[in-house]
Design a protein around this ligand. Structure first.
Ligand SMILES: *[C@@H]1O[C@H](CO)[C@@H](O)[C@H](O)[C@H]1NC(C)=O
Ligand SMILES: *[C@@H]1O[C@H](CO)[C@@H](O)[C@H](O)[C@H]1NC(C)=O
Ligand SMILES: *[C@@H]1O[C@H](CO)[C@@H](O)[C@H](O)[C@H]1NC(C)=O
Ligand SMILES: *[C@@H]1O[C@H](CO)[C@@H](O)[C@H](O)[C@H]1NC(C)=O
Ligand SMILES: *[C@@H]1O[C@H](CO)[C@@H](O)[C@H](O)[C@H]1NC(C)=O
Ligand SMILES: *[C@@H]1O[C@H](CO)[C@@H](O)[C@H](O)[C@H]1NC(C)=O
Length: 462
């Protein structure tokens, strides 16, 4: 099976277009000028130091900004007031529930994650982190070959618990988990895992289901509509070679996403897993202008342990050791906020209007990781995205005259146009979901221009 989480495609996307940002790995940490290693394995400042910043691959353990602790809450997407773009978010989880990358839309009191032609879709990540606990999401997936919907927990050291849905198979939820992003951890699964990771369901595009992850220090249970689909016990994950539990154990963000597994630029295994190349001329694209997944609500119930692991009684999580295991997580009081998109964990006030500290960040440091593109000057777009790219490029120019260091706050929607593979059409069995969406949604295709404007606004905020 492929390493099929969203990370795969996003890493592909960012590495294709981000040759200029330094890469980071466990053995090659970020340099001091761009100390923060993003979720996608590249170095930068600002948003690179917020959610997803991997302390093990960053310049120092204190390079990443501390992560807001868990908050028990139900998120109904009646409006998107508490969703903020990753080009604006500065770490204040009291004002923002979800950090977005792409083009989230509101429709009939639901959240739509959208994926317009030749875009890399939409990702929402919770601003707070769960250190064990229970999370439920009620949603309808997208559909069509190559189109992947996901609901996952992902920690900054890449522990991961997943639900993934490939649009070519609307009858199964695929489940998965990783310890520190190491695929081999799945080898430890024994016969206990007799569901093989796939849970059978009725049509996931036309029907809402409630997908639940119940995560304790001792087991993970995946439940759909309250029925147990899979159980993973920590006791089955011991790795005698490394003397570790290869079990997800560190604070994680909830991530909701819609992304193109079926892009020609992705690995062959990923494309095959996703059911083939995305059809950008499908019925959903023609009727609505995008693929979409429909989220009704998400409920987070924190674990509330009275002693570590799994507490959330202070304000933020940090790591005190490169091991990145449960016993190296500190539930403490470090600030989670930076003053601008050139701030870092060690220089949170950089770029503040008062100019209290001078930043180590160079004028060319990347400030918003991954999908937004490390090199907005490179235009890989087709057709209707060209407007947005020139906007983004203009913002970049402005930014560099400011020496603000913000070079990558450009459009996330449409910033990468790489797919366009054509192949046979996806499921045409039902149009009801598309019909329900209605014509009013067509306007969102203009979101790429909007994203350019966001870039300008983000610039002005600096
Ligand atoms: C980062 O890694 C990618 C993929 O291996 C490579 O194409 C790119 O050139 C690297 N970037 C740098 C700055 O080394
Ligand atoms: C948390 O704050 C303390 C006190 O200011 C500091 O010594 C420590 O380095 C910070 N930890 C991290 C991981 O940022
Ligand atoms: C143990 O961990 C090592 C290093 O990550 C990995 O290569 C190996 O496959 C793991 N063994 C098992 C049984 O999971
Ligand atoms: C789960 O379903 C996917 C897609 O149909 C398939 O590729 C995979 O082999 C299945 N996994 C198991 C363990 O049956
Ligand atoms: C936490 O980590 C320690 C040290 O690796 C280990 O002994 C313990 O079993 C872990 N606990 C959980 C709940 O993972
Ligand atoms: C944890 O505490 C919060 C706030 O007091 C509460 O809403 C939530 O239900 C608790 N979670 C559990 C699992 O007890």
């Amino acid at each position: 099976m492929v390493r099929a989480s969203i990370i795969a495609a996003l890493v592909t996307a960012s590495t294709v277009f981000a040759a200029s940002a330094p890469n980071c790995t466990l053995t090659q940490k970020c340099p001091s000028e761009t100390p923060c290693c993003s979720q996608y394995g590249q170095c930068g400042v600002g948003a690179y130091c917020l959610g997803g910043c991997d302390p093990r691959m960053s310049f120092g353990l204190d390079s990443c900004v501390a992560a807001p602790v868990c908050e028990s809450k139900t998120y109904n997407f009646n409006n998107l007031d508490r969703v903020m773009s990753n080009t604006k978010y500065l770490g204040d989880s009291s004002k923002t529930d979800w950090v977005s990358d792409g083009n989230p839309q509101q429709y009939n009191n639901n959240l739509l994650l959208t994926m317009a032609p030749d875009s890399v879709g939409t990702l929402l990540a919770s601003s707070t982190y769960m250190w064990y606990g229970n999370v439920k999401a009620t949603f309808k997936t997208s559909r069509g070959q190559g189109v992947v919907t996901a609901f996952i927990l992902l920690s900054d050291v890449k522990d991961e618990i997943d639900y993934e849905f490939v649009g070519a198979d609307l009858a199964h939820a695929q489940t998965n988990y990783y310890f520190q992003g190491i695929p081999e951890c799945r080898l430890t699964l024994t016969a206990i895992d007799d569901h093989g990771g796939n849970i059978s369901l009725s049509d996931t595009f036309n029907n809402f289901h409630t997908y639940e992850i119940d995560w304790t220090p001792d087991q993970v249970t995946w439940k759909v509509d309250t029925q147990i689909g899979r159980t993973l016990k920590r006791s089955d994950t011991w790795n005698a070679t490394t003397n570790q539990w290869m079990y997800p154990q560190t604070p994680a963000r909830v991530q909701l996403s819609l992304w193109p597994g079926g892009l020609a630029s992705n690995g062959e295994g990923t494309i095959e897993w996703a059911g083939g190349l995305v059809d950008w001329n499908s019925a959903d694209i023609k009727n609505n202008g995008y693929y979409y997944a429909t989220f009704e609500s998400v409920t987070v119930d924190c674990f509330n342990a009275t002693s570590a692991p799994g507490t959330n009684d202070k304000t933020s999580y940090t790591y005190n050791n490169l091991a990145g295991t449960n016993d190296t997580v500190v539930d403490g009081k470090n600030s989670t906020i930076i003053k601008s998109l050139i701030g870092t964990g060690t220089d949170p006030d950089a770029g503040a209007p008062s100019g209290s500290s001078s930043s180590a960040a160079s004028a060319t440091a990347e400030t918003v990781p991954g999908r937004s593109g490390e090199n907005p000057g490179t235009d890989n777009h087709a057709g209707d995205n060209s407007g947005s790219s020139s906007q983004a490029a203009a913002s970049t120019a402005t930014a560099s005259t400011d020496a603000s260091g913000s070079t990558s706050t450009g459009s996330s929607n449409g910033q990468f146009s790489q797919g366009g593979g054509s192949s046979s059409s996806s499921s045409s069995s039902s149009k009801s979901g598309a019909e329900k969406l209605g014509a009013s949604q067509e306007k969102v295709l203009k979101g790429s221009v909007f994203a350019g404007i966001i870039a300008v606004v983000a610039m002005m905020a600096l």
